[in-house]
Ligand binder design. Sequence first.
Ligand code: DX5
Ligand code: ZN
Length: 227
Amino acid sequence: MSTKIAPSILSADFSNLADELKKVKEAGAEYIHIDVMDGTFVPEITIGAPVVKSLRKVSDIIFDVHLMVEHPETQIKSFADAGADIITFHVETAKHPHRIIQQIHELGCKAGVALNPGTSLSMVEELIEDADMILIMTVNPGYAGQKFIDSMLGKIHMLYHMIEEMETECDIQVDGGINAETSVLVREAGANILVAGSAIYGAADVAQAIKDIRGKEIHHHHHHHED
Ligand code: DX5
Ligand code: ZN
């Protein structure tokens, strides 16, 4: 699967979002990653569906909405109506995750399930079949500019193999501390959608930063069990 780049809106200039979206789209990004925080699941509050709705009018880039909120089931419809393309909720916030995935699909969006660094893969094992994407957080959610947690590489690799064994299709997204250096590691481990905030919006040359994070194509060795 080819690598897709999702610049995180959290590191953009919030007073100038239309231009900030245009800038990364022209620079080659496939998605815009929209970080929604509720001040409860994570300390900060960012933006809600009304802002997404306004942005939808000025941009046709894919909206990848990362909900860092409690009770995500109460928010899904607003974000879908506002123009989200992909909606990701945290498994730590969901009592009935399959129902939320169904809800997202019924509204015509793709469904992602996110895990904090401290949350085991076993929490999403039963969801891989139905989800379109699993988001492995490589920092604890809440802030841009944090340090990549190296021990997440094993988790990404394990998820990659789980998906392969299940003979299903599911994107692996990573979020937190992604830059040109950590990009190589996560792509080798099996991630194919890379979120980056500070490494893209903090760069003097945004197009070059995206190119550097995208890197060279990595060929995975598929294991064929012959016995
Ligand atoms: C963190 C957010 C991320 C964040 C990434 O809570 O979910 O999307 O903006 O920022 P960087 O790439 O700077 O770690
Ligand atoms: Zn995010």
